[in-house]
Design a protein around this ligand. Structure first.
Ligand code: IPE
Ligand code: IPE
Ligand code: MG
Length: 250
């Protein structure tokens, strides 16, 4: 792994919607598949950069949304096979680099072989500490919250939990990322300025950064630019700017 380092002072958790693979290929008069392959290369680079920086604890990547099944069957098949081959070639490397792999989303929709690889990747890397790499696959923020509602209502129905005990903390505990810090920085490449059903609950106080750069072109300097933008902002969480400034001065 390269020792290139980012000047990354603050975000503990970076969440990225990796968008623009298709357009990247189309601009070159190439099939969309070529864009998805180029997208995997960009993933490797960004993972490497985040893992090399001690302040970045979690990197979450949106790989396949619960709505992406609506794409032409040939593209869905291609994405599934790319997902599997990428896992086959990367799990050992991630493990060597002390990266913990984690998947969020409804994996029951994937074929058996892919599900096995996902479990294997999680098991093998579960004690690693350099970075937690969260891959959102067949994930949707609404799916996540709906599942939490189901589990909570089962607990209420069984008498284990009282309705008045359902707090934000309890809801959060039933979501996919319960044990991880919420994203500090959200990045969407590809020029669209929307959330597309990604981490709806967890993005409540995340700083948003949109860039027209297409995902396969997203590199170290593009990531650095996003982080620099993040660092120039004042996060207020409902307070006034003066209150936050006072907290920052010893
Ligand atoms: C993102 O790139 C990758 C996935 C959704 C899997 P797109 O495939 O959405 O690329 P565009 O938006 O069509 O350019
Ligand atoms: C969001 O991108 C999902 C992923 C990057 C995996 P899309 O390209 O599917 O989003 P929309 O459809 O343009 O909102
Ligand atoms: Mg897209």
């Amino acid at each position: 792994m390269s020792v290139e380092r980012l000047n990354l002072a603050a975000p503990r958790h970076i969440a990225i919607i990796m968008d623009g693979n298709g357009r990247w290929a189309q601009q070159r008069f190439l099939p969309r598949a070529v864009g998805h392959h180029a997208g995997v290369k960009a993933v490797r680079k960004i993972v490497e950069l985040c893992a090399a920086d001690p302040t970045c604890e979690v990197l979450s990547l949106f790989a396949f949304s619960s709505e992406n099944w609506r794409r032409p069957e040939s593209e869905v098949t291609l994405l599934m096979s790319l997902f599997l081959t990428t896992l086959q070639s990367e799990i050992d490397k991630l493990h060597k680099n002390n990266i913990r792999l984690r998947f969020i989303g409804d994996r029951t929709a994937f074929d058996e072989k892919l599900q096995q690889k996902m479990t294997e990747g999680e098991q093998k890397t579960k004690n690693n500490t350099a970075l937690t790499l969260v891959i959102a696959a067949n994930y949707g923020g609404r799916w996540d919250m709906t599942l939490a509602c189901k589990i909570i209502s089962e607990r209420v129905a069984s008498g284990e939990l009282l309705p008045q005990d359902i707090t934000e903390r309890v809801v959060n505990q039933h979501l996919s990322l319960a044990d991880l810090p919420e994203p500090d920085l959200f990045i969407r490449t590809g020029g669209e300025q929307r959330v597309s059903n990604f981490m709806l609950w967890q993005l409540a106080y995340t700083e948003f950064y949109f860039t027209p750069t297409l995902w396969p072109d997203f590199n170290k300097s593009a990531l650095q630019e996003a982080i620099t933008s993040f660092q120039s902002r004042q996060r207020r969480f409902g307070h006034t700017g003066d209150q936050i400034a006072a907290l920052a001065t010893p």
